[in-house]
Write a protein that binds this ligand. Sequence first.
Ligand code: FAD
Length: 463
Amino acid sequence: MTQLVWFRNDLRVSDHEALFQALNRAKQQQTPVRALFFWSDAQWRSHGAGDAKIAATFSALQALHQKLAKLGIPLDVLSVSWWTECAEQMVNYCQSHQITAIHYHTEPGWNELRRDDRVAQQLSKSVELHRYHDLYFIDPAHHLTQQGQVYKVFTAYKKSLLRQFSIDHLATFPPRKAGPALKVSPLAMKDLPNWQNPLQLPVTEDQALTRLDAFCEEVRDYADRRDFPADNGTSQLSAALALGCTSSRQVAHTLHRHHISLASDTFFSEIIWRDFYKYLLFHTPRLCLGEPYNEKWDAFPWQKNETWLERWREGKTGVPIVDAAMRQLRETGWMHNRLRMVTGMYLVKILQQDWRQGEAWFAEHLADFDFAANNGGWQWVASTGVDAVPYFRIFNPYQQSKRFDPNGQFILTFVTELNDVKPALLHDHKRALSVSSYPKPLTDYSKARQDTLDKFKALGSHA
Ligand code: FAD
């Protein structure tokens, strides 16, 4: 008679509804609790994840193992190549450990839903299954417009969420010791990717909560500082949030404890963007299959230029801000939000490459890779998404760097070959940079922009 918590992208013990409920049961029934995680390298890589995300997952898992051990809960990690193997492994696991109930959080996503359905089919007759909608502020199945439709506009979604949302009624799920403790063995893993986390992004629960608390001290400046990549003005909590080392609820409660008004806070609004993209994925799992929300703009005649794509990936496009950002991504496993938009727009709207190529590259290199946020971001950039940027609003990377990196401080951190160039020249696409070690721009910015606009216009008039 044992309760099982099945962990996935929720690698924390505090504010974890499934763990909380399993512990409650264990207390009532005086039964032990075990925890399980499926390590699925091949499956994750097939979803696009790379070394940074996988190494970060291991750090989070290791820390979770220690936290659970203190509660007398052993965490077992079962390796599977593909999630299709989970059901059979779960059946065997439940038999060998006398599992009577499994507690877990639902996840949106095509393969995730199928994985969970298969496990449910195999086990629903022999084991109680308890699923919780822990990811969202409001259960997405019931969060609809007055006409019963799925929200497609962020501001309306946010307004409705804030209207229904009350911090006093927002649950917390503190863990507490319950039931008899079990023996815990060390967590042994082999063949882990080597990623050093050069920015020291928080990737464990303790690191995330410490960062969140510290960030709340400076969050009042967030709206003014968040667009300047040389300034450390954002939280860098994205990897921790993507791994579930902390939750949106914990962010809300921590901001509230620091007397920040959630309704007007810009940082909290970003947390709602995260919620919104997960909500869209919940209602549209086919997005995992590479499909656009808006097919009209996806009919754009993308160019297939491998050389340009490779130069973009390497940070050798000849546009300083784009190159600095792309190098930041490769070297650190993270990129500043404004630059995700700038580099994305440059790839899609100036080099005219299919947004899915950019999406895949980001997925492979981001430690914070999160399918919903990444796909949402790329579809926003490509104008194929729900509430995406209109096709004619194309960020000019030179104006962006002039505005948000005026002294070139960020650019020169990553594009050191331009160290001797005057800052003003870094933002001027009309004057060529005469540095032999730095590439010339791949294409004429103004002409390419006009060509893209013409192609979009033509698409619009055919609709
Ligand atoms: P902060 O500014 O401190 O924001 C706090 C948190 O809010 C973030 O950690 C993140 O969880 C959430 N958030 C902020 N902005 C967004 C947003 N636009 N959409 C969704 N959530 C947001 N974010 C990811 O977590 N994973 C991704 O794979 C990802 N890919 C992206 C791809 C593109 C093309 C674009 C434009 C954006 C992408 N984002 C992604 C969103 C955003 O860029 C990052 O969340 C943010 O830069 C992370 O830095 P931070 O933690 O300092 O953010």
